[in-house]
Structure formats: C-alpha cells, structure tokens
Ligand binder design. Structure first.
Ligand code: MRU
Length: 348
C-alpha cells in the first residue's frame, strides 16, 4: 500500500485521504496541480517526504494539462505551478527540494513538449521509488540503535503515511520489530491534529507492534519514571547547525528527555537538511487555523467557550544540543552537527 500512486491510464494521482483515518481507508484522486496544492494545504496528504513527492506529481499534472505550444511557454507555466505548490505549506524543505528537482529536469534540452513531459514523469517516479529505498536505508542504520525490550516515545506520524511507503522514525521501529526485537511504543497523541493517536496508532496496529497512546503532556511522567529508553521523531527541516523543525511538541519532548538523560534522535532523509539556513531560528514555521485547536469535543460537546481564540504553530524547533543524533540514509550523524551534517548532505 503506497500513500500516493500515479495512475498512468487515468493520468491522475491517487492519494490515501489521511483526514478520514482511522475510521475509513479512502482515496482521493487529483487531476490538477491546484488540487495537489490544496491536498497538501488541507493535510489530505502530510508528512515532509509525502508532500514533496505529491508536489512533484502536481508538476506532472501541470505539464500534462498545459495547452502550451512551445517548450518555453510550458516552462513558464511550470514556474507558476511550482510557486502555487511551494506556497501550500512552508516548513518542510522537502517541498521546495522536490519542486527544484523537477524544474532542473524541465530546464534540460528536449526535442518536443511530449519528450519534456515524459522526462518529468520519469523524475517523479524516480523520486517516489528513491523515497522508499531511502527510508529502508535509514531504518537499517536506525534499527541498530534499538535494543530488545526498548520502550520508545514516538511523536507525530513518520510512518508509511508520512512518506511514499515504509516511513522514517516509524520505519526504524518497524524494522527493529521485524528483526525480532520486542519493542513497546508510547504514541504521543500529537495535538492538535492527532497524527499520533489517529495515524501512528493505526499503522502500529497493522504491523502488530505493541503500543499505548499517551497524551502529549504525559511524556514527562513516563520519562521521569525511567520507563522510556529512547525518543524518536522525524523532521521537516534541519538547519546547518543541526537544529530540527518538527511537529509542535517535539521541543518539549526533547527537553523532558534530556532532563531525564534519555537519548533523543531525529530521523530524516538528507533531503530534509537545508544547508542554506545557519540555524533553526531561520526556519519558516507554519501557523495554522485556530479552529484546529478550538474545535474539540468531549462527550459530544465543544470544550472551548464561544469566542475563544487560540494560537496554532504547527512546528517547533528542537535546538541541536538536545539531540543525541540525527539518523539519515547515509548513517547516524552525531555532534558536532555543523561539521558532520555538511559531510552527509554533500554526500562525502
Ligand atoms: O503537519 P504534518 O503532519 O505534515 O507534520 C509531520 C511531521 O512533523 C513529521 O514528523 C515530519 O514531516 C517527518 S515525516 C517522515
């Protein structure tokens, strides 16, 4: 089961509708780049690697439906489409990374518009397949750090659903489980969109990995009691010095883990590393609609008073000094991150 799949016959992108999980496994079909941008914005598809590859296929939709009669005219339309897609969510660098890869191919020499379209499609397929291979490589390195009997706190959803398939931090847990290690996962529910309670719990149940959902504010309790061996989360953008932007709550979790001397790992493909930013303060942080925080019901009743207001940053930045390591497909990167991240991202 892939989170997203290109349907060649219908020339459309098929996505799992993550808003309907876990009660329903349904699909949504995207026919235009505008629909792809909207699916990213409204979180039908979410997770840094998955939104990157969705944006790449969004560019394919733009190329296929273009009425341009020259390669130059098509390139101009692709630039506009990439701007719309790029604006759909600001924090995950995988989005501009994927768009740039498509635009680089679009800039090559072609004999015809159809040849250009087919080269773009090849690149998008390549990115989708690469994503799965990258996640398996990350998981092979990461699983070496997991011991039999570990209890792991995991934040947000970094599984197959957050990627094309397999997952990053959750991929490590999955691989360690397949290696026969007994693992217990404490699943942070991940307010306000509940990616942990809805999506990670759903995935863990499919893989038959034992878990308990905890409210985000219970993590400190379990860490202090000595019940947790490791903390794993993903990443949406890693700055040059190793500061990591990830789902809101990651920072608090890392602080509590550090105070209790529990190792913390961020797990990312190297496409999530942004060497252009010196530190995490420069990472753009998405602030989403306040209704995501306010529209909660308990026992069928809205809990917040009429007219209440809320702030809703979707990500926070964990400073590099709180991280034990950053696990990538090139291996585990340890401090000093500014030196070692550069080597990994540059492929040395
Ligand atoms: O808002 P989301 O659900 O897109 O946020 C997802 C995360 O923060 C993930 O941890 C991150 O994208 C890594 S997914 C492999």
């Amino acid at each position: 089961m892939r989170t997203l799949e290109w349907e060649s016959s219908a020339q459309r992108l098929k996505l799992i509708d993550q808003r309907a999980l876990p009660s329903q496994l349904t699909y949504i079909y995207l026919n235009s780049f505008q629909e792809a941008a909207e699916a990213i914005r409204n979180m039908t598809v979410r997770g840094a690697p998955a939104i990157g590859v969705t944006a790449a296929f969004g560019m394919i939709l733009a190329a296929i439906h273009s009425k341009a009669t020259s390669i130059d005219a098509l390139r101009k339309e692709l630039v506009s489409a990439s701007q719309v897609l790029n604006a759909s969510r600001p924090t995950a660098v995988n989005l501009p990374w994927a768009l740039k890869r498509i635009m680089v191919v679009a800039g090559e020499e072609f004999a015809s518009i159809d040849e250009l379209r087919s080269a773009l499609l090849d690149e998008a397929f390549c990115m989708a397949d690469e994503d799965v291979a990258t996640n398996k490589a990350i998981s092979t390195f990461g699983a070496e750090l997991i011991d039999d009997g570990d209890t792991i706190i995991h934040h947000c959803n970094t599984g197959a659903l957050a990627t094309v398939d397999w997952g990053t931090a959750l991929g490590i847990i999955r691989m360690a489980h397949e290696q026969g290690k007994r693992i217990h996962v404490l699943v942070d529910e991940t307010r306000p969109r509940l990616q942990g309670a809805r999506l990670t719990a759903w995935e863990l149940a499919q893989y038959k990995i034992p878990y308990d959902i905890i409210s985000d504010n219970a993590a400190g309790y379990f860490l202090h009691k000595g019940e947790v061996n490791k903390v794993l989360f993903g990443g949406d953008r890693v700055a040059r010095n190793g500061d990591v932007a990830n789902k809101i709550g990651s920072y608090m979790l890392a602080l509590a883990a550090n105070a209790n001397k529990v190792p913390v790992y961020s797990v990312v493909p190297t496409s999530t590393i942004d060497l252009s930013l010196a530190n995490g303060d420069l990472i753009p942080i998405e602030e989403r609609d306040q209704d995501e925080v306010l529209d909660i019901q308990i026992h069928g009743q809205k809990v917040t008073p009429e007219g209440a207001s809320a702030r809703n940053p979707a990500f926070d930045v964990t400073p590099h000094h709180l991280l034990t390591g950053i696990i990538t497909e090139k291996g585990v990167i340890y401090p000093p991150f500014s030196k070692n991240l550069f080597k990994a991202a540059a492929g040395m």
